[in-house]
Ligand binder design. Structure first.
Ligand code: AMP
Ligand code: GLY
Length: 425
């Protein structure tokens, strides 16, 4: 089988690695890919912002399966376009992707289907917004409705900061383009869990849970990023809690989407807050998480291609995934200045030594390769991911590998997994 992967981050490198391990796969093509992916796949050019470019590439390559990594191509309807041309694709249609592309849609959908989530108001005018802010208690959360690469969520400690945030979203000051809709939400407290499942439109199969570290600074301080590290353990969720989340959140979501004639095929990523009144959905994503995917896939023992193909073909009910028991951890190294502005083009050293540490995979996020030398090419540059019997061991290996890696301005958090370690037994 030939597999085409759309995307260029650590998530896609981990997907390419897992796909390449399948006995059934003869060729992996990544578009556009990155320096790390070029070691295990053929990388070809594509414009992920341009539907025609992706369709032309898929038609020319004619893969047995296309896996869509990021949300942007899905929001443009790449899954619809490939399916219409008889190409098998793993990822939701444009209509089903609205669970991520419109926070207002997701909130109203959850309300229609009794899926637990915080109180909210969807506002289309400044007047509506001002009325909503009056009703909510501080702290509250103000969110841009559309895709904003993690920059559209503002936690506001007072009504006046909420007013300011909303006004700058409506005026276009904050994200560069004026938002047509804003969601105001109650602030939820608790531990965050990334709960990802596969779906074929009818059935749901959960992946192992993970906990992301979204803030740039240690102790979860500073601005939000795409994710600076993540871990996954069996202890993160009790079996009874996993079951509850499946029955009350993941399954009703997939059933609701099918009932509304927009069946959901792909990865349903439920961003959950484990609050005192139970798990509440903070957000849905309609794709694999980054860096969750890195930590999840190093624990997967089953054939990923067979599972994703079963989703695309609508026969997931017969699929059971096997996982390595224990834990995994991923530490992300970023460029100096990220998530603000940063420089690129610095040589990266120590990659071979890092990869030699047992159980470690180095997945590249933003790198290029030139005459055998790797260079930084993004905000998040790469991550070291390790699976082991315990979280302590997985973290120790991921950090041991990271210590081998050097580039100018390298930054990584030293406290990945800190919440797990401070949890009482
Ligand atoms: P979202 O893109 O909606 O997941 O928001 C990004 C991050 O903002 C989440 O991962 C949370 O850390 C935080 N967040 C979003 N909504 C809320 C909420 N209602 N209460 C508390 N924190 C939130
Ligand atoms: N790690 C968060 C995300 O993928 O959205």
């Amino acid at each position: 089988m030939k597999i085409l992967i759309l995307g260029s981050g650590g998530r896609e490198h981990a997907l390419a690695w897992a796909v390449a391990r399948s006995q059934r796969v003869t060729e992996v093509v990544c578009a556009p890919g990155n320096g790390g992916m070029a070691q295990i796949a053929r990388c070809v050019d594509v414009d992920l912002k341009n539907l025609d470019s992706m369709v032309q590439l898929a038609q020319a390559e004619d893969p047995a399966l296309t896996i869509v990594g990021p949300e942007l191509p899905l929001s443009l309807g790449v899954a619809d376009a490939l399916a219409a041309r008889g190409l098998r694709v793993f990822g939701p249609t444009r209509a089903a992707a609205m669970l991520e592309t419109s926070k207002g849609f997701a909130k109203r959908f959850m309300q229609r289907h009794n899926i637990p989530t915080g109180n909210y108001a969807v506002c289309s005018t400044v007047a509506e917004f001002e009325k909503a802010v009056d009703i909510f208690h501080a702290p509250m959360v103000v969110k841009a409705d559309g895709l904003a690469a993690g920059k559209g969520v503002i936690v506001c400690s007072s009504r006046s900061t909420a007013f300011e945030a909303g006004k700058s979203l409506f005026s276009g000051e904050l994200l560069g383009a004026a938002e047509r809709q804003i969601v105001v939400e109650e602030f939820l407290e608790g531990d965050e869990i990334s709960f990802l499942c596969l779906s074929d439109g009818q059935h749901v199969v959960p992946l192992v849970p993970a906990q992301d570290h979204k803030r740039i600074g240690e102790g979860d301080t500073g601005p939000n990023t795409g994710g600076m590290g993540v871990y996954s353990t069996d202890e993160l969720l009790e079996p009874a809690m996993t079951d509850w989340i499946l029955r009350h959140i993941a399954e009703p979501t997939v059933r609701g989407m099918a009932d509304e004639d927009t069946p959901f095929v792909g990865v349903l990523y439920c961003g959950l807050m484990m609050t005192a009144r139970g798990p509440q959905v903070l957000e849905f994503n309609v794709r694999f998480g980054d860096p969750e995917t890195q930590a999840i896939l190093v624990r997967l023992e089953s054939d990923l291609v067979t599972a994703l193909e079963a989703c695309a073909d609508g026969r997931l009910s017969a699929t059971e995934l096997q996982w390595a028991s224990g834990a995994s951890a991923c530490v992300i190294a970023s460029s100096e200045g990220y998530p603000g502005s940063y420089k690129t083009g610095f040589p990266i050293n120590g990659l071979d030594a890092a990869a030699r540490i047992p159980g470690v995979q180095v997945f590249h996020s933003g790198t290029t390769r030139n005459s055998g030398q790797f260079f930084t090419a993004g905000g998040r540059v790469l991550g070291t991911t390790a699976a082991a019997a315990t979280l302590e061991e997985a973290l120790a290996r991921a950090y041991e590998a990271m210590a081998e890696i050097q580039f100018d301005g390298i930054y990584y958090r030293r406290d990945i997994g800190h919440r797990a370690k401070t949890k009482k037994p």
